[in-house]
Design a protein. Sequence first.
Length: 152
Amino acid sequence: MSLPDIPTDSADAMAALHARCFTLPRPWSAAEFSDLLADRSVFALTLPGAFLLGRSVLDEAEILTLAVAPEARRQGLARQLLSQFHSAAMGRGAARAFLEVAETNAPAIALYQNVGWQQAGRRRAYFTAPGQVPQDALVMTISLDASATNGA
């Protein structure tokens, strides 16, 4: 598999890729990425053309965002990052993880379900942006000790 040469090694690069991937939720700025990356509970996992930002506090972890360049999709990058996230979060002491995903993001929901994540709730109008219809978020969760057997 040939990965695109898209840098993901800095807050600026993450912000640029995030802007290419998201309109809702709104893309995050380089300053927001810098602030997050300065937090000891936050960790970044990167591949050329993709990154995942996670946070781990005590026995719980969260996927803050996952971005894959449009031209790099359907090549297994998100699945690789999810596997790395599960390992990294467990290494930080997390037993469970959660994320929020737009209810209209069917490809992401299918991927998460395929590797063992399950819907645990819904946040009404969680994703909002000026001029766009608010979207609900599905709250998904996974038991990390079981994720190793779920293909992640």
